[in-house]
Design a protein around this ligand. Structure first.
Ligand code: DMJ
Length: 600
């Protein structure tokens, strides 16, 4: 579906040149011949004055006759007047040449203004013309959610955790991307103050006015996108652009929209590849984009997980360019051949084709492709049906090729197809735990009942990946047993770290809102207690190296998504009002920034 916008192109039907009456080439030759024939040969030729052929023009002859009839006085007066006019013109020209700043500035301003006026007039005329075809979006701030702060002890506890993290970041890493909470130092990835920007709407939702104002001031005064530095297109879109747009929607503060617009315009350069598939890296200051240093490929989940943000930017600014570029990527992906809706995790921005036989997974580099198929459909008021259809096909593909049951207890999990061989690999990233929430959201929007059954089974498996460890933390990757043996799942030491990722609590929150089942709150509380016990340090919260140990070593890194997502979802999960952010009105981005659903 494409919504009507802009001037409808007047397109001619295919083969129009065959059905239109053709112009005969001889017509033109006839015309030229006749023209030459009817033209008198000497009409414009008078010869040179010195030539005997020269004929003096009638007007010239009359002038000299009249001039000779004047008295000497009259002729002198005329000459004096002409000389005075010539002197005046010369002086005026000279003064313009030697004092350009004021005179020319004023003049060029006038010219600019007049050309600007002309442009505005033209724009007004064409906008009148276009009015019938344009959908103008209005941001309805009267509909925005009201946040009144914590309503119970569990929510209050999560707010205290956020404050603790914010304080550590403020004291040791303010203005940098991440806090290293053990060493009390800072880390910069893109040098965009990522923690402030990404977590500001969490502060707002929690009713933390002071923290919100501190962050807002920093964004207003310090956040610039002019640095000559490469950033990841996807990460910057989901963590910065998405966050700015949500803050704009929550507060109505235009400053956030202006920043979002500036950033969006700079990020647009990523789409300037031969295929329109975005490059992975963008230099925001130089406005250039390129593939990563290590590959010719972009990541499928990255290029397909910017559409909610770019569409919202277009609708908030009423400028379609952002949405058009991002939607064209989804349309392109729609056209490409897939394995029952499942996509390889790499795509070439130069050719626009997937890397053949790359890994197929709902974990790293594949995950949010599937998430944004559904969420884009919801964001656009369920009007772009190819997105829903691709999502439905993909979930069938998941059921057929990736979903298996473990031995001996038959826990449902989602494995991967290995690069090259496409052999089934019974490993599941923690990232894949976004899927139960997404399946439940689809079901709530009218998709098949078996999606919900799958969601309920999967969230149970995700819960077990936490409960299996003394820390009550889940590892980055869990391996499942599909042969013989007594353990359904195991964790390899290389995969045993935890970045305090949000996907499980995200699914808990969505499923709690949609079902009202308080077991999801209980599970969330267990996760929260594990974080408090094993990840809290004096200066914030840290990722940990080994969830299997009851004394896990810290990784000395506080990820921005811990504040942006994990704490936000926990806070919302524990709310007495489970519709604080109503999923009928808001679609929540992959980085947990709520954006309005458009019903048109
Ligand atoms: C977040 O940045 C986003 O959710 C992204 O889609 C992938 N995962 C991280 C957090 O785990």
């Amino acid at each position: 579906m494409s919504k009507p916008r802009g001037i409808l192109k007047r397109t001619l039907p295919r083969g129009w040149n065959r059905i239109m009456p053709s112009r005969k080439p001889e017509t033109r030759i006839d015309f030229c011949d006749n023209f030459m024939a009817e033209t008198p040969p000497n009409r414009y030729f008078r010869g040179r004055p010195e030539s005997p052929m020269y004929v003096e023009p009638v007007a010239t002859r009359n002038f000299f006759r009249k001039w000779n009839q004047l008295s000497r006085l009259q002729r002198s007066l005329v000459l004096v007047i002409l000389i005075l006019i010539a002197i005046f013109c010369f002086m005026y020209g000279l003064s313009s040449a030697i004092s350009p700043p004021k005179v020319l500035a004023a003049r060029s301003k006038m010219m600019k203004n007049s050309s600007l006026l002309l442009k505005m007039k033209k724009a007004a005329v064409s906008s009148e013309k276009d009015k019938k075809n344009i959908v103008l979006y209005e941001t309805d701030f009267s509909q925005r959610p009201i946040f009144t702060g914590p309503s119970n002890a569990q929510q209050y506890a999560v707010v205290q955790s956020f404050k603790h993290a914010w304080k550590g970041y403020k004291e040791h890493a303010w203005g940098h991307d991440n806090l290293k909470p053990v060493s009390g130092s800072a880390y910069d990835w893109f040098a965009l103050g990522l923690t402030i920007v990404d977590s500001l709407d969490t502060a707002y939702i929690m009713g933390l006015t002071e923290e919100f104002e501190e962050g807002r001031e920093w964004i207003k005064n310090e956040l610039v996108f002019t640095k000559n530095k490469n950033v990841n297109f996807f990460e910057t879109t989901i963590r910065v652009l998405g966050a700015l747009l949500t803050n704009y929607h929550f507060t109505g503060d235009n400053m956030f929209l202006e920043k979002a617009k500036d950033l969006g315009e700079r990020l647009m350069t990523a789409f300037a590849s031969p295929s329109g598939i975005p490059y992975s890296d963008v230099n925001l200051g130089a406005r250039t984009a390129h593939v990563p240093e290590w590959s010719h490929y972009s990541t499928t989940a990255e290029i397909s997980t910017v559409q909610l943000e770019f569409r919202e930017l277009s609708r908030a600014t009423n400028n379609p360019i952002f949405e058009d570029a991002a939607a064209a990527v989804s349309e392109k992906l729609h056209q490409l051949p897939k394995k029952h809706g499942l996509v390889p995790i790499f795509i070439n921005p130069n050719t626009g084709h997937f890397l053949p036989h790359a890994t197929i997974t709902l974990g790293a580099r594949g995950d949010s492709y599937y998430e944004y198929l559904l969420k884009q459909w919801i964001q656009t008021g369920k009007t772009i049906n190819y997105l829903r259809d691709d999502y439905l096909t993909a979930i069938e593909g998941v059921r057929e090729f990736l979903a298996r049951r473990s031995v001996p207890n038959k826990h449902l999990f989602i494995g991967e197809l290995t690069a090259g061989s496409e052999a089934f690999n019974p490993k599941m990233d923690h990232l894949t735990c976004f899927l139960p929430g997404t399946l439940a959201l689809g079901h709530a929007n009218g998709l098949p009942d078996w999606h919900m059954t799958m969601a309920e089974e999967l969230i149970n498996t995700c819960y077990l990946t936490y409960a299996a460890h003394p820390t009550f933390m889940a590892p980055e990757i869990t391996h499942f047993n599909i042969g013989s043996g007594t353990e359904d799942m195991f964790t390899k030491i290389a995969d045993a770290h935890s970045l305090l990722r949000p996907e499980f609590v995200e699914s808990l929150y969505i499923m709690y809102q949609l079902t009202g089942n308080t077991t999801y709150q209980d599970w969330g509380w267990q996760v929260y207690m594990g974080i408090e016990k094993y990840a809290r340090v004096a200066k914030g919260y840290t990722s940990v190296t080994n969830v299997k140990s009851d004394k896990p070593a810290p990784k000395d890194m506080m990820e921005t998504f811990f504040l942006s997502e994990t704490l936000k979802y926990l806070y919302l999960l524990f709310s007495d009002d489970r519709f604080t952010i109503d999923l009928n009105k808001y679609v929540i981005t992959t980085e947990a920034h709520p954006l309005p659903i458009h019903k048109v």
